[in-house]
Ligand binder design. Structure first.
Ligand code: FAD
Ligand code: MG
Length: 267
C-alpha cells in the first residue's frame, strides 16, 4: 500500500488527486505507517537494518526539533532519494510535535543546477504540492544561494541535509555540524548520514514512496544534465532479468554497493 493513502478531506483542506494534503493529516498518516513498520521485527536483515536506521534518524530529527523551533529549521531538498527519505521522516516526527501548531508549509530550499534535468524539476514541483513545502529556489552557486536564503529567512538557524557517509565531504560529518568556515553560518543536521544506499532504496520501496523517474532509467545519483549519466554498473546485459532486457539500464534500486553509487557522475 502506498505511503500516502487518500483520506476523507475536511472541507477546507487542499485536495490533490483525492489526497488531503493539509500538513497534520499527512504527518499522522505517514507516522502511522512508519510506526507500524517499527513495531515488529522485520523479516529480512535489510529491513531490520532500515528499522534501526529509521529509529536513529527520527531521534536526530526529534533532537533538532527540541533544540530549534520549527520556524528556525529548514530542509535542503533537491528531489533526490536521500532528502526524500529525510522529508518523509521529518513529516513523521511532526505528527507528535507539541511545541506549537504546525505551519501550513515547511521551510525548504532548492538550489537549481545550472543544467537541470526537467524530470528533477518536475519531481520537485510534485513534492512541493504533495508534502506542503514552502520551497525557496535559487539558481546560483550553493554558497551564495545559502547566504541569500539566510538573508531572506532570518529566523532559519538549522538546515536538514540528506548527505550520507559515502558522499564526497560526508566522511567526517556527525549528526549536527556547523557549516565550515567560508560558508554561511548555520547548523547542518544529518539524520541519514549513516544510511547505506541499499537502505535508502529499501525504505522508499517498502513504503512505495513516489520518486524521481530518472532513477528507473539507471541514474543512481542526480546532478545536472552535463555531468550525470546512467550508472554503468546498471547497464543491462547478462545477469539482468528478462523483463529488463529491452531497457539499456536497470533501475537504481538494483544497485547494492555504496561505492558504486556515483559511477554515473563526472565528479
Ligand atoms: P547529493 O548527494 O545529491 O546531496 C546530499 C544532500 O544535500 C541532499 O540530500 C540534499 O539534502 C542536499 N542538497 C544537495 N544538492 C542540493 C541542491 N541543489 N539543493 C538543495 N539541497 C541540496 N560543503 C562544504 O564544504 N562545507 C559546508 O559547510 C557545506 N555546507 C552545506 C550545507 C548545505 C545545507 C548543503 C545542501 C550543502 C553544503 N555543502 C557544504 C556542500 C556539500 O558538501 C555538497 O558538496 C553538496 O551538498 C552537493 O552534494 P552531493 O553532490 O553529495 O549531493
Ligand atoms: Mg546523495
Amino acid at each position: 500500500m502506498p505511503l500516502c493513502v487518500p483520506t476523507p478531506a475536511d472541507d477546507n483542506a487542499p485536495v490533490i488527486n483525492g489526497y488531503d494534503t493539509s500538513i497534520l493529516p499527512l504527518c499522522a498518516r505517514l507516522a502511522a505507517r512508519v510506526n507500524a513498520f517499527l513495531e515488529t521485527e522485520a523479516e529480512t536483515p535489510l529491513l531490520r537494518a532500515v528499522q534501526e536506521q529509521t529509529r536513529v534518524a527520527l531521534g536526530v530529527i526529534s533532537s533538532a526539533l527540541d533544540r530549534y523551533s520549527l520556524d528556525e529549521i529548514s530542509l535542503s531538498y533537491n528531489g533526490g532519494k536521500d532528502c526524500l527519505v529525510l522529508l518523509i521522516l521529518l513529516l513523521c516526527a511532526l505528527a507528535t510535535y507539541k511545541k506549537h501548531a504546525l505551519p501550513k508549509q515547511l521551510h525548504s530550499v532548492y538550489i537549481i543546477s545550472p543544467h537541470p534535468f526537467k524530470e528533477v524539476d518536475a519531481f520537485v514541483d510534485e513534492s512541493v504540492a504533495t508534502y506542503n513545502l514552502d520551497l525557496a529556489r535559487y539558481a546560483m552557486p550553493m554558497k551564495a544561494a545559502f547566504q541569500r536564503y539566510l538573508d531572506e529567512h532570518k529566523k532559519v538557524k538549522a538546515i536538514l541535509v540528506g548527505t550520507r557517509r559515502t558522499d564526497p565531504h560526508g566522511q567526517s560529518l556527525t549528526h549536527f555540524d556547523i557549516t565550515d568556515s567560508g560558508w554561511p553560518a548555520f547548523m547542518r543536521v544529518h539524520p541519514v548520514i549513516d544510511w547505506h544506499y541499499a537502505e535508502i532504496w529499501a525504505f522508499i520501496r517498502y513504503f512505495e514512496i513516489p520518486y524521481c523517474p530518472l532513477y528507473d532509467q539507471g541514474y543512481t545519483s542526480l546532478g545536472g544534465t552535463t555531468d550525470t549519466h546512467p550508472n554503468p554498473a546498471l547497464k543491462a546485459g547478462e545477469g539482468s532479468n528478462k523483463e529488463n532486457q529491452s531497457q539499456s539500464f536497470r533501475p537504481a534500486y538494483e544497485l547494492v554497493e555504496d561505492h558504486a553509487e556515483r559511477l554515473g557522475r563526472d565528479w
